[in-house]
Design a protein around this ligand. Structure first.
Ligand SMILES: *Cc1c(COP(=O)(O)O)cnc(C)c1O
Length: 230
């Protein structure tokens, strides 16, 4: 079931790219596996998944040694500064950097471990109070300041769009994030290359792919509903 779901989502992405003339190689599906057991992650892995997204530091560090070494781990959940030390050097990309203080902590731990950490800056495009990330304006400032820190590399932007019944309602959110990344790129800031756009989840990943996402974060659409009460 999970393997079939994974392949069906990949086919939907193929179609979204074909419909909009995008190069399919630019778009990577991340299997968001928070709360799911390792045997279920392996079903996705066996269907071809190599990129996995997790939200909680403890769960992430528990799963890493239980999965094959060629998995690329993505930290997509809100990250507390005191937890940074547990994941630096272990993850492929941190999507959820939403403050200069967090970027500074990632930089400090990366220097200590002699690694370069790849990060995205989280943007609250719709200005929802319940969501993390800075506004469009704040993000430009954050990029400029974080770009000066050692041992981190800013690759792009991430957003968690509002929950909507109709995915079309989020199209403008994705258009705005894409435009912000183009605007920031045009400023030619040292150490910044806005080539990655992490946007789109189960309810709206097709629209996100149409609007320029390079990373799609799909959980429910691959693994089924999450049960937080287990
Ligand atoms: C849980 C989560 C997802 C996946 O959500 P689904 O709706 O299950 O696809 C994507 N991104 C973030 C940041 C998440 O926390």
């Amino acid at each position: 079931m999970i393997g079939e779901n994974y392949k069906a989502v990949q086919e939907n992405i193929d179609k979204a790219c074909a419909d909009t003339g995008r190069n399919r190689d630019e778009v990577t599906l991340i299997a968001v596996s928070k709360t799911k057991p390792v045997n279920e992650l392996m079903e996705a892995y066996n269907a071809g998944a190599r990129d996995f997204g997790e939200n909680y530091v403890q769960e992430l560090v528990d799963k890493i040694p239980q999965m094959p070494a060629d998995v690329r781990w993505h930290m997509i959940g809100h990250l507390q500064r005191n937890k940074v030390k547990y994941i630096v050097g272990k993850v492929h990309l941190i999507h959820s950097v939403d403050s200069l203080r967090l970027a500074e902590e990632i930089s400090k731990e990366s220097v200590k471990n002699n690694v370069v950490s790849n990060i995205l800056l989280e943007v609250n495009v719709a200005g929802e109070e319940s969501k993390w990330g800075g506004s469009l304006e704040e993000t430009i400032e954050l990029v400029k300041q974080a770009a000066q820190l050692p041992n981190i590399k800013i690759h792009g932007l991430m957003t968690v769009a509002p929950y909507v019944e109709n995915s079309e309602d989020n199209r403008q959110v994705f258009v705005k994030l894409k435009k912000l990344s183009v605007d920031i790129n045009a400023q030619n800031i040292d150490n910044v290359n806005m080539s990655v756009l992490s946007m789109g989840m189960t309810g709206d990943y097709i629209v996100a792919a149409q609007e320029g996402a390079t990373l799609l974060r799909v959980g429910t659409g691959i693994f089924g509903a999450r049960n937080y009460n287990k």
